[in-house]
Each structure stands twice: as C-alpha cells, then as structure tokens.
Design a protein around this ligand. Structure first.
Ligand SMILES: N[C@@H](CCC(=O)N[C@@H](CS)C(=O)NCC(=O)O)C(=O)O
Length: 222
C-alpha cells in the first residue's frame, strides 16, 4: 500500500491526496513537514512534501507523483488517453503551478500565516505574475464543465489547490479579484469543493490548520 508523507495543510500534499482518493487507491498518511531535518532529507532530497512511498522507494515532486500514479493505475484516469489532449491538460496544470501557485507562494507567509511582510520587490513580482497567470488561465480554461474539458483531470486538482490561495493573496495585498477575472472559475471552484474526495481533504485540512499555524508563525516561514 502507498504511504503519503506530508501534512494536511499543504496544498501540494492535498493535490496528491485528492488524486489518490479520486483514483480509489488505498494509502496511509505519514505525518512529515517540509524541512531540512535529516529524517526528512532521508526521504525527500530537497526536504519538501509531498513524498509518495511505493514498494520500490520514494517519489518526490507533485507532478512526478501524479504522473507515476497515472502510469501505474490508469483504471480511473485523471488524464485523457489521447496524447495531444493529455499534453493540453498538463500544460494547464503546469501553467497553474508555475504562474499562479508559485507567485502567490511568495506572499503566503504574510497573507496566510500573519508572518513577516513580503519584500516590496517580491510583492511587485507576485502581482505582475498573478495578473498574467490568471489571464493565461482565462485563455486556457474550458469549463465544459471541467477546467480542461468534459472530464475531471489533474488540471482541476492544481486549480482547486492553487486558485483560492492566489485569490487570497490578490485580494489582501493588491485589492485584486483574480478569480472573477476568469469567467466560470468561481463556479468551478465551488463544484470541485463539493466532490466527496475534496470534502475529505478539506475536513482534514481544517483539523490540521490550527497546529500548522502554531508551527509556522514563530518561525515566520512555511
Ligand atoms: N515543487 C514541489 C513543491 C512542494 C512544496 O513546496 N511543499 C511545501 C509544503 S506546501 C514544503 O514542503 N515546504 C517546505 C520547504 O520549502 O522547506 C512539489 O511540486 O511537490
């Protein structure tokens, strides 16, 4: 059985957890926080979560884990079978990761954890990148009814665990309403949050969040 290392307040951990739930694959959670402790570095070279433990060893990086799950367990697919359509889904997912989640992440400590202020230069970069990232999403998204087409895919998973955090950053730091710049995005977010798998992830996150805040606030880092 798979073991998923990480913690329930981590959005990347939740992407993999949702994929496992959607694919109906059994797994155990091993509590681990991203850091540079020797025990963490023994399973994750960069000290990041999530990590998936398989019978053959550990796999790091969310997209690589998701790809592995799809390769080994295609029965309930989260990607189209057609290679071109598959590439389109991955493009959407990667654009969300690189141009929405990562710029928003520059400001998480200030916005989500009440920690140190984001340096002005980084804030300006986050603002520029978020505007362009959501504009790209508006061009890319299909909402027919899912982000990349008729089926629920990995693009929806990246969207679900990136867009609302980015929205909070946009609203609180820049007075931007990024989600509503993308017609259909808010509605999709609501529908995705209603999925049984997403409800499980949300309940676990809610239970973990106070302890997570306790842990990150003094250090001022995620
Ligand atoms: N590129 C990584 C990012 C994962 C990531 O940033 N995880 C955070 C938790 S949400 C973490 O482990 N942070 C600890 C650190 O950066 O030291 C992935 O796709 O899995």
């Amino acid at each position: 059985m798979f073991k998923l290392y990480g913690f329930a307040s981590s959005n990347y951990f939740n992407m993999v957890k949702l994929a496992l739930l959607e694919k109906q694959l059994p797994f155990d959670v091993v509590s681990m926080h991203g850091c540079q402790n020797p025990e963490t570095l023994a399973v994750s070279a960069r000290g990041k979560v999530p990590v998936l433990q398989t019978e053959e060893g550990f796999i790091s990086e969310t997209d690589v884990i998701l790809r592995y799950l799809e390769d080994t367990h295609p029965q309930i697919p989260l990607l189209p079978a057609d290679p071109f359509r598959r590439a389109q889904v991955w493009t959407t997912a990667k654009e969300i990761e690189l141009y929405i989640e990562l710029p928003a992440r520059l400001c998480y400590v200030e916005v989500l954890f009440g920690g140190r202020a984001t340096p002005e230069a980084l804030k300006a970069k986050a603002r520029r990148d978020l505007i362009k990232g959501f504009a790209a999403l508006a061009r890319r998204a299909r909402f027919s009814p899912f982000l990349a087409g008729t089926e629920f895919t990995l693009a929806d998973i990246y969207f679900l665990y990136s867009a609302d955090l980015a929205q909070q950053v946009g609203e609180r730091l820049f007075g931007l309403n990024l989600i509503d710049e993308v017609s259909g995005a808010r509605d999709l977010l609501e529908r995705l949050n209603e999925r049984p798998s997403a409800r499980i992830v949300a309940a676990d996150r809610e239970a973990d969040y106070p302890a997570f805040l306790e842990r990150v606030r003094p250090a001022g880092s995620a």
